[in-house]
Design a protein around this ligand. Structure first.
Ligand SMILES: Nc1ncnc2c1ncn2[C@@H]1O[C@H](COP(=O)(O)OP(=O)(O)OP(=O)(O)O)[C@@H](O)[C@H]1O
Ligand SMILES: [Mg+2]
Length: 246
C-alpha cells in the first residue's frame, strides 16, 4: 500500500508512515480543536515538501482568514498559491449570497453540492492536485428529508474525491456532549480513516489530544496523543515524550 506522508511533525509514525494513498479521511472534533490548521498543514506540507499540489475548499471561513491563520503558525500559503501549487476554493461567501473576489469560487446563485464538487474537480485537474481538503461538511448545510439522503450526499463527496485520485480529508465536527463522531453521523462510516481532535478543559497535563479512531488497511496507534499548535506548526507527541518535555 502506497503511503502519503502528511509531514505533520510526529503524526505519520502513528499511521505506519502515512495515509493510504487515494483514500478519503475524516478529521473531526469540537470547536477550536485545530481541525482546520491540521488539514491546512497537510496541504501546505504536500505542496512545499513533497511536490504534491493541493486544493483546499473552505466553506466556513474566507480564504483571507485561512491565509492569515496559516501564517500565524508559520505557513505562507500565499507563496504556494502564487507558484500554482495550492488553490483555495472560496465557498464561504457564496453560501451567504455574496460574490467572491477569488479566482476559484462558487457562484452566488444556487449554491449546491454538485456545483461545489465540479469546481473542486476543476481546480484539482488544473493544478494536478494530489491532496484535497473540504472544510467542512457541516458548513454545507445539508438539509434533506431523511438520513438516507444525507448519507448519499456524503457518499457522493467520498466517491468524487476518490475518483480524482487525490488523497483527501473532509472535516466535520462533534457537537458538545454528542456521541457521534460527526455532524451527520455518517461521515465516519463512509471514509477510510477517522482522526479525532480533543480539547480537555483542565487538569489533564495536555489540553489538546489526537486520536486515530480508525484507519483502514493500517496498523495504527490507538493511544491518545498530546497535540500542540506552535508558531512553527502542529506537533504530535507520544505521552512519554510529552511528559519528558515538561
Ligand atoms: N499561532 C498559534 N499558536 C498557538 N495556538 C494557535 C495559534 N493559532 C491558532 N491557535 C489555536 O488553534 C485554534 C484554532 O484552530 P483551528 O481553526 O484549526 O480549529 P478548528 O477545529 O478548525 O475550529 P472551528 O471549529 O472553529 O472550525 C485556536 O482556537 C487556538 O487555540
Ligand atoms: Mg475550522
Amino acid at each position: 500500500m502506497e503511503r502519503v506522508a502528511t509531514g505533520i511533525d510526529g503524526f505519520d509514525r502513528l499511521i505506519d508512515g502515512g495515509l493510504p494513498k487515494g483514500r478519503t479521511f475524516l478529521v473531526t472534533g469540537g470547536c477550536g480543536t485545530g481541525k482546520t490548521l491540521f488539514s491546512l498543514e497537510y496541504i501546505f506540507n504536500g505542496a512545499k515538501e513533497y511536490s504534491e499540489p493541493g486544493v483546499f475548499v473552505t466553506i466556513d471561513a474566507t480564504p483571507k482568514t485561512i491565509r492569515e491563520d496559516a501564517l500565524a503558525i508559520g505557513m505562507d500559503i500565499k507563496k504556494l498559491e502564487e507558484k500554482g501549487l495550492v488553490k483555495i476554493i472560496d465557498a464561504s461567501v457564496a453560501r451567504i449570497g455574496i460574490p467572491s473576489q477569488e479566482e476559484y469560487a462558487m457562484p452566488v446563485t444556487g449554491f449546491d453540492l454538485d456545483k461545489l464538487l465540479l469546481e473542486t474537480m476543476r481546480a484539482t485537474k488544473k493544478i494536478g492536485a494530489k491532496r484535497v481538503v473540504i472544510d467542512s461538511t457541516p458548513a454545507l448545510g445539508l438539509t434533506f428529508q431523511n438520513s438516507e439522503d444525507v448519507r448519499k450526499a456524503v457518499l457522493k463527496i467520498n466517491y468524487v474525491l476518490s475518483q480524482s485520485g487525490a488523497t483527501s480529508m473532509i472535516i466535520s465536527e462533534i457537537a458538545e456532549g454528542s456521541k457521534a463522531l460527526s455532524k451527520y453521523g455518517v461521515e465516519e462510516y463512509v471514509v477510510d480513516g477517522v482522526i479525532v481532535l480533543h480539547y480537555l478543559e483542565a487538569g489533564a497535563g495536555a489540553n489538546r489530544l489526537l486520536h486515530v479512531r480508525k484507519m483502514r488497511a493500517t496498523k495504527h496507534s490507538e493511544d491518545l496523543h498530546p497535540l500542540e499548535i506552535t508558531d512553527s506548526g502542529i506537533k504530535i507527541y507520544k505521552i512519554e515524550e510529552f511528559r519528558k518535555k515538561r
